[in-house]
Design a protein around this ligand. Structure first.
Ligand code: F6P
Length: 359
């Protein structure tokens, strides 16, 4: 029987979202199913008239999957349970949203999101009795129960390339170069790209550090005959005494940012080195997806449609041990998956002589 899927991208964008939608649309169309793309997360359905469009294989003509961003648009600040209206009022618009899904006669809902989006969507889908599958995406790679989320690999590739680009200029000027990367409360991007890009020091929120220890490592690098050092720092790293760095944006939204500058000053003082800071920011999100992200997006998108065909709902598709599996959405959002401090990547880094600023 012909079914109708609603699909949307929710939360911060990342590379690979269009490739996920392509996989869902191509796979669903082979079953003769219809796919409606909702614009700007679920918020499009609260517009008047509702902002959505029919997605067909013709919309994914072999170019779109190569593009960063999301052709549907997204938002990480329009929670339907606490919806900020233009006049500043905050309203619960969840009933309106559920009614909008029902008015479109949607059979199934596929949300492409991270943990924040899935928490909200899970609540919404339960309240509305909607049949829902989640597809994990986040450059932070902090979703539980999946080895990888779409977007992480590309973000790591961008951060690694940034270290590749910082290295020659650091060497030309005898400098310490600090690279601040995203990742929210998890240090996965900093750790992975730090190893791949040859950082001397990697600071992540999961491992406490001291500036003295960082300075000792830089002195050691210089004593070994090298005239530069590369420091990778994750945005959620605090000062050694626990102060976090945040930027407050218009409307009161806060995001991490500023630890790189703090360290730049301290490291310059402690090592008497010329020190420069690069904040990579949203550059990590906007790239064309790597082949790994395209493959992951394809495998997860196809699996999501398979689950709907099998009438399995309230699940998140996941990548585990070179296979695609599905897990209860509740397990995926039960906790934030941070870096395992005894895990293989931390052990590998230590064995390479990379400092975490804790020795
Ligand atoms: O969760 C993805 C992420 O890019 C984080 O790494 C970062 O802290 C945050 O989103 C930035 O959010 P925004 O795009 O709202 O500035």
């Amino acid at each position: 029987m012909k079914k109708k899927i609603a699909i949307f991208t929710s939360g911060g964008d990342c590379a690979g979202l269009n490739a996920v939608m392509r996989a869902v649309v191509l796979s669903a169309s082979r079953l003769g199913w219809e796919v409606l793309g909702i614009e700007n997360g679920t918020a499009g359905l609260l517009d008047s008239p509702p902002a959505y469009r029919r997605l067909t294989p013709e919309n994914f003509d072999n170019t779109v999957m190569r593009l960063g961003g999301t052709v549907l648009g997204t938002t990480n600040s329009r929670n339907p349970f606490e919806y900020k209206m233009a006049d500043g009022k905050v309203l619960d618009r969840s009933d309106e949203l559920i009614a909008a899904f029902k008015a479109l006669e949607i059979d199934y809902v596929i949300g492409i999101g991270g943990d924040g989006s899935f928490r909200i969507l899970n609540r919404l889908m339960k309240k509305g009795g909607l049949k829902f599958i989640g597809i994990p995406k986040t450059i932070d790679n902090d979703l539980n129960m999946t080895d990888y989320s779409v977007g992480f690999d590309t973000a790591v590739a961008v951060a690694t390339e940034a270290l590749d680009r910082l290295q020659p200029t650091a060497a030309s000027h005898d400098r310490v170069m600090i690279l601040e990367v995203m990742g929210r409360d998890a240090g996965h991007i900093a750790l992975t790209a730090g190893i791949a890009g040859g950082a001397d020091i990697i600071l992540i929120p999961e491992i406490p550090y001291t500036v003295e220890s960082v300075a000792r490592k830089i002195a050691e690098v210089k004593a070994g005959g090298r005239n530069f050092a590369l420091v990778m720092v994750s945005e959620a790293v605090k000062t050694p005494d626990g102060k976090k760095f945040e930027v407050v944006y218009h409307g009161g939204e806060t995001r991490y940012g500023g630890i790189g500058e703090y360290l730049g000053v301290r490291i310059a003082q402690a090592t008497n080195s010329e020190t420069r800071v690069t904040v990579l920011g949203h550059v990590q999100r906007g790239a064309s997806p790597t082949f790994n992200d395209r493959l992951l997006a394809s495998a997860l998108g196809v699996k999501a449609v398979d689950l709907l065909r099998e009438e399995k709902f309230a699940r998140m598709v996941a990548w585990h041990n070179m296979n695609v599996i599905d897990v209860p959405i509740e397990d995926a959002i039960s906790e934030c998956r941070t870096v395992s401090t005894g895990g293989v990547l931390v052990r590998t880094a230590r064995a390479l002589g990379i400092s975490f600023g804790d020795a």
